[in-house]
Design a protein around this ligand. Sequence first.
Ligand code: FAD
Length: 455
Amino acid sequence: SRNQTDKEQLTVMGAGLVGSLLSLYLARHGHRIQVFERRPDPRQAGAAAGRSINLALSDRGWRALEGIGIAEAVREVAIPMYGRVMHDAQGNLSYQPYGQPGQGIYSVSRGGLNRRLLDLAEAEPNIQLNFGQQCLEVDLREQQLHLRDSATGEEKHLGYQRLFGTDGAFSAVRSSMQRTDRFDYSQSYLEYGYKELTIASAADGTWQLEKHALHIWPRGRYMMIALPNLDGTFTCTLFFPFEGDESFAALRTPGQVQAFFERVFPDAVPLMPELIDDFFGNPTSSLVTVKCFPWVHEDDVVLLGDAAHAIVPFYGQGMNAGFEDCTVLDELLNAHAGDWGKVFQEFQRLRKPNADAVADLAVYNFVEMRDKVADPRFLLQKKIESKIAAQYPDQWLPLYSQVTFSHRPYAEAWANGQRQDAIMSRLMARIQSEEDYDRPEVQQLVQQEMAQVPA
Ligand code: FAD
């Protein structure tokens, strides 16, 4: 008996990166939106203080921001990173560009981006933001939310017409769906945790490492990375085993931490005056992949972002994928306005294979970043690959570029990437140096391989 065409009251659970962007998209379709968020308003005085944590924004994310007209404003406070700088254990540097000259990924402040999206949402008369409201449970049959006020502890029940679950990797909306029949769910943790550390700015507030790069200290079984912030600092993230000889469990005292860092990250240590405070003051967090299906309950609940597909961070795509969810949902709302059942079904049909693919890509890239980028054979392979890409531009876009600098569906990118990997391993068997690429027998092999690759 639901009226399919009228503008409706919609409910968004979670005002993180995806929920706040989604609200702006939904408002543009003329709906009224109630947003509930567990945390207090991050724009309120006091809440903003804390560590600066950044993330890499790339083409899929930019497109979603363009859709609501804020890409330019965000670009002004984003730092382009045009390639990777690898730091070896002796402090030697090597560089690998991410794409074509001028192509880069962008370091943005997580909190800054979220606050900006909330400012825009606040300014929309159709959007009402409710902070300090935690969803405990959703009664899917009665279409009721069970909420708790984080400040007073008071609980209440509220009806909803249509619910968008954007409450992150440990989604309460998803938990309620999990108790319905034939709901598939898996979560898996890496044996690695991560900890955020800081590289200080120079005395004059400038950057002590190359600003326009993502820095990696690849060490085989583990790694540290660093992304630049506007204030001259870098936020470092150490990805490190929980257990074992070299692990979080093994570094228990300041002396152990100092000695370990001096041994394995010698060029970074002098830039990290707060290393010991950061190491023992900041949490050690875990890394989870969550897959589930369906993402939809009838025509009244849908999951987006990490609530539907939490992935490990090694391709820098979690937020970008969640933002792309918003782009796809927006397109479906344009195509099938009012027919929510159709919109939701199409959404999960289109997005689920791509979410699974980016989850696999993210795990794959962990091995590349922590291990392979330190391997001369691998770096040679990358150089050969860029020669192929230059020679066959219509047939060969490197996997990283497909994922990062294109809007090609992730599942397609992943399938292409696997095919490219197979070709590269056949070619690399004949190649010992960059010059070998031009040898006639190698060129002949390249031509044979490329004859099988569609444009
Ligand atoms: P979240 O950002 O988790 O937001 C969920 C919101 O819901 C939060 O505000 C939370 O308070 C609220 N909430 C949760 N539970 C409830 C409840 N019960 N009731 C009410 N509200 C609730 N992605 C990239 O694209 N690039 C990167 O470089 C990148 N780097 C990363 C590095 C690390 C170390 C990690 C862990 C992730 C990284 N990601 C990156 C992934 C990115 O952080 C996530 O994909 C993104 O934050 C997902 O947005 P979301 O809005 O779906 O979830």
